[in-house]
Design a protein around this ligand. Structure first.
Ligand SMILES: NC(=O)c1ccc[n+]([C@@H]2O[C@H](COP(=O)([O-])OP(=O)(O)OC[C@H]3O[C@@H](n4cnc5c(N)ncnc54)[C@H](O)[C@@H]3O)[C@@H](O)[C@H]2O)c1
Length: 255
């Protein structure tokens, strides 16, 4: 097989104004993709910055809330009108309420569920029906977390990092949704996989103190180490890969 590039590939990445999402957008752009950046704010600035770095490719920013199904459908339709197709969708936008069951409010619980799982659902629905089905082609990559596999970090008191119950449940939901979508649409040319990061340096983990000593690679990951896995799953090199949960976690979880 030829080494792959992503020229003539149109990609939409959510939560891509910063952190892991921006690293994903950059890793796909460096391989030749044109990229739409979705975020609450900063999406247009990120798109302008990528345009300056890759002047022969197209970039656009969409500032919206992934929980807003109507806005999502509108943005996907605008993206397809401008870029011609949606070949790859990366669902990366996420929030994490690091609050235990005793203290988490219904609103905090709902926010993580609606953003992480609901936002992923909204974008899959808008991208697949009708665009990817019309094309009989597409690759979807959902960013879950090892929290969705093992429940995440739990610490007593203020020391150490902690995950939250809504975060873990939403990420576990993304893993199940990924497999459902892979089974439902695989015969119609659409692949769906998930990347499950371990602890990664980003705004989401600032101030959290992770104990990585149990990992085979004893350190936090970087956003670009997650992005490399997404680039593989987005590429023709992954043409026989669907329904998989690819853990990029320094060996934190092994099975
Ligand atoms: N950093 C880690 O250790 C880690 C580990 C496992 C999984 N993840 C996942 O990786 C993804 C990216 O996280 P990150 O670490 O880069 O954090 P981050 O906070 O830097 O980035 C998250 C992005 O999502 C955007 N976002 C949040 N809610 C949104 C909404 N309702 N609508 C649109 N955009 C919204 C934010 O504005 C932000 O730009 C998340 O899904 C996160 O759960 C991160």
């Amino acid at each position: 097989m030829e080494p792959y590039l992503l020229a003539n590939t149109s990609v939409l990445v959510t939560g891509a104004a910063q952190g892991i999402g921006l690293a994903i957008a950059s890793a796909l752009a460096v391989r030749g993709a044109s990229v739409g950046i979705v975020d609450l704010k900063g999406a247009e600035a990120a798109a302008e910055s990528l345009t300056a770095q890759f002047p022969n490719q197209s970039f656009a920013g969409y500032e919206l809330d992934v929980r807003d199904a109507e806005a999502v459908t509108g943005a996907v339709a605008s993206f397809v009108a401008e870029f011609g197709s949606i070949d790859v969708l990366v669902n990366n936008a996420g929030t994490a309420a690091r609050i235990g069951i005793d203290e988490i409010t219904a609103g905090q619980w709902q926010r993580d569920l609606d953003t992480n799982l609901g936002g992923t659902f909204n974008f899959i629905k808008a991208a697949v029906h009708p665009h990817m089905l019309d094309a009989q082609a597409g690759a979807i990559i959902n960013i879950s977390s090892i929290s969705g596999i093992n429940g995440g970090a739990v610490s007593e008191g203020d020391a150490g990092a902690r995950s939250g119950p809504a975060y873990a449940a939403s990420k576990g939901g993304i893993i199940a949704l990924t497999k459902w979508v892979a089974k439902e649409y695989g015969r119609r040319g659409i692949r769906c996989n998930s990347v499950a990061p371990g602890p990664v340096e980003s705004a989401l983990t600032v101030g959290q103190s992770y104990d990585t000593s149990g990992q085979a690679i004893d350190r936090m990951g970087t956003p670009s180490e997650i992005a490399e896995a997404v680039a593989y799953l987005a590429s023709p090199g992954a043409s026989f890969t669907t329904g998989q949960i690819l853990r990029i976690d320094g060996g934190a979880v092994m099975s």
